[in-house]
Ligand binder design. Structure first.
Ligand code: CA
Length: 198
């Protein structure tokens, strides 16, 4: 009888210890895979929940009680979950506007599009594989950079002909989905393969 008691208490201690071992945090790929198990409606609802209650602890509880995903997601912060949910709608490989890096936007809300060089003709511009300023001045060669704007998010505006002009907030995206917007900017040293030359 004593033996059984010892064995069972050892067993209970072992189970307790095992349950205390922290689980490895999910990689981005694993987190994406877990969240892709949710329906589009569930994903939208989860985003709303996360927006309503900011804070690390909530994400795990909400997911555990409402959504069918691995318990490892409980250890993931709200901001990481939001990042994954949002980028699946529209993502941008140059993370927004970067005239010196060729980016590509893609996602369920937008058509995939890559940044490209443009030649200016008055107020208009045309696609070009690459370009330099024709008269040695700073006038007719630039880049078009796509970026994602979230529902209700603010788009950008800038002076296309002034390389130093700031990027300023412009209109609001009125759509309930992500939209692809773009900025055009003259490149000081010309443009090659979708990016201004440095
Ligand atoms: Ca971009």
């Amino acid at each position: 009888m004593k033996k059984i008691l010892v064995i069972s208490s050892l067993l209970i201690m072992f189970m307790f210890l095992v349950s205390c071992v922290p689980q490895q945090p999910l990689t981005d790929e694993e987190l994406k895979a877990e969240l892709s198990k949710l329906t589009p409606e569930e994903r939208a609802q989860l985003l709303k929940d996360l927006d309503n209650k900011e804070g690390g602890a909530f994400a795990g509880q909400a997911i555990a009680s409402k959504y069918r995903v691995s318990s490892r997601v409980r250890q993931t912060s709200t901001s990481r979950i939001k990042d994954v949910l949002l980028t699946s709608k529209c993502s941008d490989t140059d993370n927004g506007v970067d005239f010196f890096k060729k980016g590509e936007i893609s996602g369920s809300d937008v058509s995939a599009s890559k940044d490209y060089c443009v030649t200016f003709q008055g107020p208009n511009y045309n696609y070009a594989d690459q370009c330099t300023h024709s008269s040695g001045g700073l006038a007719d060669c630039g880049v078009l950079d796509y970026y994602c704007v979230a529902p209700g998010g603010i788009g950008n505006d800038t002076d296309p002909w002034d390389p130093g002009a700031p990027i300023k907030p412009s209109g609001t995206n009125p759509s309930a989905k992500y939209v692809a917007w773009s900025l055009v900017k003259v490149c000081k040293y010309g443009c090659k393969d979708g990016a201004c030359i440095k």
